[in-house]
Every structure is written in C-alpha cells, then in structure tokens.
Design a protein around this ligand. Structure first.
Ligand code: G4P
Length: 557
C-alpha cells in the first residue's frame, strides 16, 4: 500500500461513536427521550453567503421537499423596504418559515430563521437566544464578513456552539488555510476541519473526509433520497487524474498538512463554544450538505439548561416552562392576531393546558398553540423542550415573558441591544401626543422598537438596530393607530444602560448629566450620548458607573 493510499482509505470503523447518544440521565423517561432528540439551531451569515440556498438543501434532506421553493419565494419578495404592503407580505412569509421543523434520522431539527438581510432587526438577535447551536455560513471567496461577525458575537454571549460551512467552493475561493486562519484570528475560535476541498473553483472535484479518510466527489448525486454512503477510497494519483489541472504533489502536501497540523475535533471544546468543526461545500450544487447535517446530527447539543432567576432549568424537568423571544403582529390582516413565539425550556406543552404568565401571575390557557411548517400552521397537540410554538394572543404576551406550569421562575437572557439608530418621532398632529405615547408603549412591548423617555421631559426617542424597524413602526402607527409620523434625527446617536453599586454615585452622575438621562420601557436608566467621543469622555469622568450595550430583559423583574 502506498503512503497516500493509506491516508485516503476510509477507516473501517465508523467515525467516533456519537457522543450525544451516549446514555445519560436524560435517557430515563419517554419525555426525556423526546427532549434528547431535539436539535434547535439557526444559520448565521452575511447576506449572499448562501443561507437561503443552504436552508433549502437542508430541508430537502429532511424530506420537506415542497418547502425548497418557498424559501426562495420568500427571498424574492424582499424588495423595496418602504412599501408597506411588501413589508406585510415579507412578514407574513417570514412567519410561516420562522421555524422549520424536519426529521433527520432519529432526530427532530428545529431550524429557526434569523432574518438577516435588509430586514435585520432586534428579532435576529433575540432569535439566537432560543437556539442551542448555530451554523455559520461563510462565502469561500469573502471570508468573515461584518454581519457574520456581529451575529457570531451574539452567539458568543451565550457560548453557543458553532458549526462552520464554507460555501461556494465551486467558485473561485480564497485559500482554505487562510480562511481557517481568519476564523481563528478574527473570531478567536479554534477550527477543526472535518472535510477538505480537493481542487479550487472550476477545478473543485470534491472533498476529502479528514476523520474517516476517503473522498466525496462533486458529481456523485446525493439529493437526500438515499442514505448517503461512506466516502469512497481513492489514492492521490486517482484524485489528480479526475482533472488535468490538479497536481498530485500539491494535493498530497495539503492533505498531509491538514491531517497533521490542524487541530482534531474536540467535542467538549465545541460544546463550550471554543472550537468549530469546519465543512467545505457548495450549497448550490448540494454538495457537502449531508456532511454538514451529519455533523449537526452527531455534535449539536440537545436542548440546554436555560438560566432562570432560580438557577438553570433542566430541559427534562417534567414541568413545562417556556420564554417568548419573538412577537409577530397582524400575521393575518383579517384577524389582527398576534403570535408570540415561545421556546420550550422544559417539560411538555399540551394543547389546552393552563400556563402561568409569570410577569402578571395570571393563568393563560394555551388553547391553540401552533407549529409552523412551510406554508402551514398546524395546531400543536404536544411539544417538547427545544421546540418552538406560536401562541396566538391579543397583546397579553411580551418579549422576554416566561410561561410555566405554575412555577414562579423567570428566564433570563433575552437581551436588549443598544440601538444603532436613534430618532425622534414627529407627529403632524400635536393633539395626538398622548395617543402616540400609548402606541409607542404597546409597540415597544411587542419588540418592534425600543423607546427611551428622557428624564427632562422632552419627547421620547425610538431606537432600533436596523432601519427596517423604523419603516415597520411608521407603517404600523399609520395603519393601526391612525398616526402619520416622520422621524427626525436626534441630537443623540448612542444609548447605554447605566448602573452603579454606589447609589450616591449614580445619583451624582444623573444630576450632572440630566439632559442625557432617559428611562427605557422597563424603567431602567439609560445614558444618551451625542457620539462615541462624548461617550468615551463621559465614561472616563465617571468612575464607578458601568455603561453597557446589552441588557438582559426581565432580569430580576
Ligand atoms: P443568502 O440567503 O445568504 O443571501 O444567499 P442565497 O442563498 O440567496 O445565495 C446568494 C447567491 O449565491 C445566489 O445567487 C445563490 O444562487 C448563490 N449561491 C449560493 N450558494 C452557492 C454555491 O454554493 N455556489 C455558487 N456558485 N453560488 C451559490 P443569485 O444569483 O444572487 O441568486 P439566484 O439567481 O441564484 O437565485
């Protein structure tokens, strides 16, 4: 056997045993078995990296064939931002695909959509609080881009494990070693490639399976309809013979480097969010997608314990608990309903059950919890920790709310992010100021925008992380409250939550900066700054005052 043939022959054994199916305390009851099967994840990427295409292909493997067209249709409808009808349409569509549930092998995958394009908003961030892992899609020609980096940082706040898919390998790409290096340097995340591209761009012929040895070829058809066999054993000269532009020496050298130098995959480091397994492929050509899905199947964690004010809540605890991370209003213009999306954190939700809304202490009957699948909503008879259900309501539920089966706990960690755009709302009819105040309060509770009320009594400011939120606010104020508004630039550009251990210090700071102090929806204190320079200047002169740009809602409330 030649040196290279030895390297490339698939190992006889299957890849290291699936650690996530190891017996655990969870494997005890039918409930625990259902919970253990759940894998709830999101895809994070920069626009155009291929998230939509990859989503389609993942769903094909999950048997949701009809959905593929829907995902594309959704994307095509993202057009002019200022057209209310198109926003409505887009929102309607984005709702039905907000959660895509599919079975793959013995697991149930919940893929949560993170709107990540022009319609970037706080919803995107908050959705990431409801997942247990994420797939990071990177365009092989571009590497880490701004939006990916930002979303990654949100994942890191919760140490969410990330699986990386380097996409568009069928096109001219950057050097794969350089891409890995960039991930490590810019994200401070170790990388462990599990596949390796053979050839580049037009000469890309397939991938080498680093763990098992063996090769998958680009032209081998795998559309999810068969079980997907193991990689084929091939020698380097055989691979090089596939394309006249391939150089056997170069391939052998790269494979040697990658097998000997790159870190091996380490499950514990992955689960802690320190290391990412990397797959190379082409979503467009449906190549490498099964490897990715198998990777998720093997490594992605089952529902994690969620932090509450009473400590972490075990997902296999039989008492149902859930938190609301997203609210969608007016999904159906004929019914003017609101749907609260709730992530189940423990136990089992059954249709018709009575839950306690912890914020108000009041009971709430979950008469028609919904599952969303493709174009359909269906009534959920039962759902388990890890699942996401939609709960129709008329404004009772707010973002960050906790629902329980009687217990008095509140989940923490649904964050508010400091807005990137601050505006004052200008009313054409000053007589309606009171109505506007009420409307802003309601829409802020729903998470459409953040509202900051300056303590000097000047008109409220609205804050958003994406401009689409302003479009939606304007359209909804007009359509639902009869309030035509415009937005004016505010004298402030930045908002930071402030706190101090020493109350007297905080009061002193407030007195000295009165015109820049405001309260948010929950009554928490915010410092408004004209720009970065002022913020830095003020911060330097206010020792003992903590300025933060992320606030966990509901904490301690
Ligand atoms: P996004 O959701 O992240 O924004 O990306 P999307 O999947 O829509 O992909 C963006 C563009 O990149 C699309 O082309 C898509 O076809 C293309 N693309 C996605 N994956 C791959 C890949 O693996 N290889 C290649 N070569 N292209 C890929 P488009 O021209 O903008 O749209 P369309 O006309 O194809 O619909």
């Amino acid at each position: 056997m030649t040196e290279t043939a030895r390297d490339l022959t698939p190992a006889d054994a299957a890849p290291a045993a699936d650690p996530s199916s190891a017996p655990s305390a969870l494997a005890a009851s039918p409930l625990a078995t259902e919970v253990e099967r759940r894998r709830t994840f999101a895809i994070i990427s920069h626009p155009d990296a291929g998230k939509t295409t990859l989503t389609e292909k993942l769903l094909l493997f999950g048997g949701a064939i009809n959905l593929a067209g829907e995902v594309k249709a959704k994307k095509n409808r993202r057009d002019t931002r200022s057209d209310w009808m198109s926003i409505e349409r887009e929102r309607g569509i984005s709702v039905v695909t907000s959660v895509m549930t599919f079975d793959y092998r013995d697991r149930v995958f919940n893929l949560l959509d993170t709107p990540g394009h022009e319609d970037f908003s706080e919803d995107t961030y908050r959705t990431l609080t409801a997942v247990d892992s994420a797939v990071m899609v990177i365009d092989a020609a571009k590497g880490i881009e701004a939006r990916t980096r930002k979303l990654f940082e949100v994942c890191r706040l919760r140490d969410i494990p990330i699986v990386t898919f380097i996409n568009k390998m069928d096109r001219e790409s950057r050097d794969p070693f350089e891409l890995l290096d960039e991930i490590e340097k810019t994200l401070a995340l170790d990388t462990a490639p599990l596949t390796w591209p053979l050839g580049r761009g037009r000469d890309f012929v397939g991938t080498f399976d680093i763990e098992r040895g063996g090769v998958r070829l680009l032209d081998s058809k795998d559309d999810g309809h068969d079980a997907g066999g193991p990689p084929i054993p091939m020698t380097v000269p055989e691979i090089a013979a596939l394309n006249p532009n391939l150089d056997a020496g170069e391939i052998a050298h790269e494979l040697e480097l990658v097998t000997e130098v790159c870190p091996r995959f380490d499950l514990a480091a992955f689960r802690e969010g320190h290391l990412t397994p990397v797959f190379f492929g082409s979503a467009l050509k449906n190549f490498g997608v099964r490897d990715l899905l198998d990777g998720l199947h093997r490594f992605a964690p089952s529902p994690r314990a969620q932090d509450s004010d009473a400590g972490p809540i075990d997902p296999a605890d039989p008492r149902m608990s859930a938190f609301v991370f997203k609210i969608q209003a007016n999904m159906d213009p004929n019914h003017r309903d609101r749907i609260a999306f709730a992530r189940l954190c423990s136990g089992k939700l059954t249709r018709g059950m009575k839950a306690r809304l912890v914020r108000t202490g009041k009971p709430m009957t979950l008469a028609t919890p919904h599952f969303f699948f493709a174009q359909d909503r269906s009534i959920a008879d039962e759902a388990f920790a890890g699942d996401v259900v939609g709960i129709p309501n008329h404004g009772t539920l707010r973002i960050g709310d906790t629902l329980t089966e009687g217990r008095d706990i509140t989940f923490v960690g649904v964050p508010s992010f400091a807005p990137e755009i601050l505006r004052r709302v200008r009313l054409s009819d000053a007589m309606k100021a009171k109505k506007l105040k009420q409307a802003l309060q309601e829409l802020a509770e729903e998470g459409v925008v953040q509202v900051f009320r300056p303590s000097d009594g000047s008109p409220a400011l609205v804050g958003v992380v994406g401009p689409l939120q302003l479009d939606v606010l304007k359209a909804r104020l007009a359509a639902e409250y009869g309030l035509p508004v415009e937005f004016d630039l505010a004298e402030f550009q930045l908002a930071r939550w402030i706190a101090a251990d020493d109350k007297a210090k905080l009061e002193e700071f407030i007195a000295a900066n009165r015109s820049g102090i405001a309260e948010d929806l929950d009554g928490d204190l915010v410092y408004l700054a004209r720009n970065e320079f002022y913020l830095g200047y003020t911060r330097e002169r206010a020792p003992g005052i903590v300025f933060t740009d992320v606030k966990e809602t509901q904490k301690g409330k």
